[in-house]
Write a protein that binds this ligand. Structure first.
Ligand SMILES: [Zn+2]
Length: 403
């Protein structure tokens, strides 16, 4: 087994879980060699042309750590996860790719989701106050923005790699966006997997069946009882994928059909409103953890600043109608009260989320070459005697540069 910290030279695994893939291939499949990797890439590209026929989606193996940005719905490129291949889980790998292709087909782009979350975070900050009756109160939004104004345009520079060293305020926003996007992603995953054609969905179901037992085990041990954004997200996912019955999800979002009948722009405000307490707690926890200021530095016309960003009119501002109760910001005092439960979630996610460990350039080239060769098998008589031993069967590799 390759060390996950180094590039993968080869996949030395023989215990393959690949029944669906095998049915598609002509030959027997007993190892993951260059030919298997090529076939896998071809099959996924074939599915891509079915799922998103009007988009030229590139299907690639990760060859650098940059690829670990995984599916980039903004750029129509999907990377094949290598952690699942190291486990011999070929069908599951295909399932993950089918899932990502449906994101490209049905989901908002990552940049749009970040912007939607940005506005919701500001909504929380605008309704949370610091101060006292003598000196007056100000919202955390005023506080953070007066100390260092952060706009969506600033965050885009970080996402696009133009700013490699985000300041603490930007880091607060980035972390908060990640958490909210995770919740939305759990909901979206349920929606898109339900919408997959059944002959493709079988691959996705296989992956779910692989991971769900690990979640259910810890769920039954009570590890995910705390009401926080992460637990709610995964409970929503496994409840609506029918792996468990969760009373909280059942009482807050009982009807899967509501989700399946709506677009992301329609259901996101609903989800924000239903789970606003988890969202608020999470944002304020980040505010606390990241040591954000609790006093504004100077006055300024912040409304003007945000209006220039188009927040008020943006079609991505989906939190306008979400009512966040006004409250006072209290620095948290009970840290690590459930470190064990947090660890359980961390372990689950580590196992659940595929990794994109890069393959070596040499391996990438050999996979590539598979698309350019044809293998002809032939029998020739090499010597002029007529015994069986004189016949040699050999395979001839023809390099076809036009492929
Ligand atoms: Zn997903």
């Amino acid at each position: 087994m390759s060390n996950p910290n180094t590039e993968i030279e080869s996949f030395e695994v023989t215990d393959l879980n690949a029944d669906y893939l095998k049915a598609w291939l002509e030959e027997d499949l007993d190892s993951i060699d260059e030919k298997t990797l090529y076939d896998l890439q071809q099959l996924i590209s074939h599915y891509a042309s079915i799922i998103v026929p009007n988009t030229n989606v590139k299907v690639e193996y990760p060859t650098s750590l940059d690829a670990s940005a995984c599916a980039d719905t903004d750029k129509d490129i999907v990377f094949i996860p290598t952690s699942t291949l190291l486990e011999g889980e070929l069908d599951h790998t295909i399932g993950l790719m089918i899932h990502e292709l449906h994101h490209i087909k049905l989901s908002l782009k990552g940049s749009e989701i970040s912007e939607i979350c940005f506005y919701m975070i500001n909504k929380v900050l605008k309704n949370t106050y610091v101060g006292n009756d003598d000196d007056g109160w100000e919202s955390l939004f005023e506080v953070i923005q007066s100390n260092k104004a952060v706009t969506m345009a600033d965050l885009r520079k970080v996402y696009e790699g133009q700013n490699q060293e985000p300041n603490p305020q930007e880091n607060f926003y980035l972390k908060s966006i990640k958490g909210l996007a995770m919740l939305l992603n759990c909901v979206e995953d349920v929606r898109i997997d339900n919408m997959a054609q059944s002959n493709l969905k079988k691959y996705v179901d296989k992956g779910d069946a692989l991971h769900a037992p690990h979640f259910i085990e810890k769920y039954n041990e009570g590890k995910f009882e705390e009401r926080n954004i992460e637990n709610t997200g995964y409970k929503f996912l496994f409840h609506h994928k029918h792996f468990l019955h969760d009373d909280y999800i059942d009482s807050t979002y009982p009807n899967l059909s509501d989700l399946l009948d709506s677009t992301p722009l329609e259901y996101i405000p609903v989800i924000f409103d239903i789970y606003k307490n988890e969202i608020k707690d999470f944002v304020l926890e980040q505010y606390d953890n990241q040591d954000m200021p609790t006093e504004s530095s100077k006055g300024g016309n912040l409304d003007e600043l945000l209006e220039s960003e188009g927040e008020k009119d943006s079609k991505l501002n989906l939190s306008n109608d979400c009512e966040i109760p006004e409250s006072e910001f209290v620095k948290s005092s009970n840290e690590n009260n459930n470190a064990d439960d947090k660890k359980a979630m961390r372990e689950f996610r580590k196992e659940y989320e595929p990794q994109y460990i890069p393959i070596t350039p040499t391996l990438a080239d050999s996979i590539d070459v598979m698309g350019k060769v044809k293998i002809h098998t032939t029998t020739e008589e090499l010597i002029n005697h007529h015994s069986e031993d004189d016949f040699v069967e050999y395979s001839c590799v023809v390099y076809d540069d036009c492929a």
